[in-house]
Design a binder for this molecule. Structure first.
Ligand code: HEM
Ligand code: HEM
Length: 185
């Protein structure tokens, strides 16, 4: 039995967060390049409304998942590598994982605040998050927070690409067992 793997719950959380983030970035890139108005023009109001609803909902799923992963990381650390990885590889992995987790907590918080200040509903699937309307509408803050949401979104994209480069190197170049540490099977 392989003993250098992440715990089962942590692996489940990784895949929930990873797949949700890929979806969020795909829809986010649509908004980035077309804008919400442009998306409505191309895909219609209903589809855009649905994309926004699921973007917000899975954004909140990622928020909860990333907080849980961070707590587990602080409690359990990272399982030892077997065989040991070079210091530089461990260092790079650590930096990318930490930055990703922090960005995945900051992004949804910015999204929620910006959406509320824009006077729009903060949806979680078929519910509207109660209480966010208490913040009141403030267009200039909404604009600024959406700008941060957009810029940090590009940072998340860069971090995911770096992460996938690491996955490729471990899987195809070094051909070691690092990727299997996170596999579900
Ligand atoms: C990890 C979670 C998230 C990621 C990676 C993410 C990523 C992105 C990206 C890349 C964009 C495109 C930015 C642009 O238009 O320039 C975007 C747009 C948007 N996001 Fe998120 N997002 C996340 C969570 C959320 C949450 C939780 C909400 C709200 C509850 C939200 C609400 C929005 C809205 C309303 C837009 C459209 C902004 C506009 O009017 O241009 N996002 N998101
Ligand atoms: C094909 C896709 C992916 C594969 C094969 C994969 C694989 C892995 C592996 C093997 C690790 C552990 C690395 C180590 O032990 O040093 C890891 C950790 C991590 N990955 Fe991914 N990953 C993928 C996609 C993603 C995506 C899209 C995200 C989203 C942002 C992500 C976020 C993370 C985070 C935050 C960690 C640290 C987890 C923790 O400490 O529990 N991964 N991934």
């Amino acid at each position: 039995m392989q003993t250098n793997r992440y715990g089962f719950l942590r692996r489940i959380l990784h895949w929930v967060v990873a797949l949700s983030t890929l979806g969020l970035l795909a829809v986010g890139m649509l908004f980035f390049f077309l804008g919400v108005d442009g998306t409505q023009k191309w895909f219609g109001e209903d589809t855009t409304g649905m994309l926004l609803k699921y973007h917000k909902s899975f954004g909140l799923v990622v928020l909860i998942g990333a907080i849980l992963i961070l707590r587990m990381r602080r409690r359990d650390g990272v399982p030892p590598y077997d065989p040991q990885q070079p210091l530089l590889v461990r260092f790079l992995g650590k930096i990318v994982h930490w930055l990703t987790l922090v960005a995945l907590i900051v992004m949804p918080i910015l999204g929620v605040l910006a959406t509320s200040f824009a006077g729009k509903p903060v949806q979680f699937f078929n519910w509207n998050l109660p209480g966010t309307s208490l913040l009141g509408t403030h267009e200039p803050w909404a604009t600024t927070l959406f700008q941060y949401h957009s810029q940090i979104g590009l940072l998340v994209l860069a971090l995911v690409l770096l992460h996938l480069a690491g996955v490729y190197v471990h899987g195809r170049v070094a051909n070691d067992n690092v990727n299997s540490r996170m596999s579900l099977l």
